[in-house]
Write a protein that binds this ligand. Structure first.
Ligand SMILES: [Zn+2]
Length: 207
């Protein structure tokens, strides 16, 4: 798309590429990097640091290449898995980009913990990932609202396409509550909305 690129930290793209490799294997990842115009990253992932040398366009291109690889129908489940792995690798190696470094959760009520984590992740997105993000609460759900998304550098979509972030948020909620919570992207920049908006149900769907 004809818009100026937007930098993001090396570590953010690295975690995504590691998650793609976890789900698709080494050869699948190579195919994705080639197809996405990211062959410079083959056997050469971005370093584990917060230098702003990766870009939103690259992050979007990697996701788009996964979607193209599996086709729009098959891609959804794979992108969700990649998102869940992205959260786990991020938590393990790069908790700063998730805002979860040194987090100490005391015996807070479950919904308070969910809100706390979402607010920490939004703050880290703003401060570390160059991604304006906020959290809104309603009676039955939290909303995670992202104003600048790599999907803005992807081709337009008929429907929401940011399943990696849906997976990240699902895994974050599972991590903090031990339960599955329904997460839906109810508006998406790639579908013409002004932000990508994720609805996170307060009530768990299952244990
Ligand atoms: Zn989106």
């Amino acid at each position: 798309m004809a818009q100026e690129d937007r930098p993001m930290p090396n570590a953010a793209l690295r975690v995504l590429l590691e998650a793609i490799e976890e789900v698709m294997g080494l050869n699948g990842t190579k195919a994705v990097l080639n197809a996405g115009g990211l062959s410079a990253y083959i056997d050469n992932y971005p370093p584990k640091n917060l230098d702003m040398e990766a870009t939103f366009a690259e992050y979007g291109a990697a996701q788009q290449a996964v979607e193209d690889f599996y086709g729009p129908r098959g891609a959804r489940a794979m992108l969700l898995r990649i998102g869940r792995a992205t959260f786990q690798f991020g938590l393990r190696d790069q908790p700063a980009i998730l805002g979860l470094a040194g987090i100490a959760l005391k015996a807070l009520p479950e919904k308070t913990r969910m809100k706390l984590i979402l607010e920490r992740m939004a703050k880290a997105a703003v401060e570390r990932v160059n991604q304006p993000t906020s959290v809104r609460e309603e009676d039955d759900a939290y909303y995670f609202i992202v104003d600048e998304c790599p999907c803005g550098w992807r081709p337009p979509h008929d429907k929401s396409c940011c399943f990696v972030t849906v997976g990240v948020l699902m895994e974050a909620m599972a991590w903090i509550t031990g339960k599955l919570h329904k997460v839906e992207e109810v508006a998406c920049i790639s579908n013409g909305a002004s932000n990508c908006v994720y609805r996170i149900a307060k009530e768990a769907t299952e244990d």
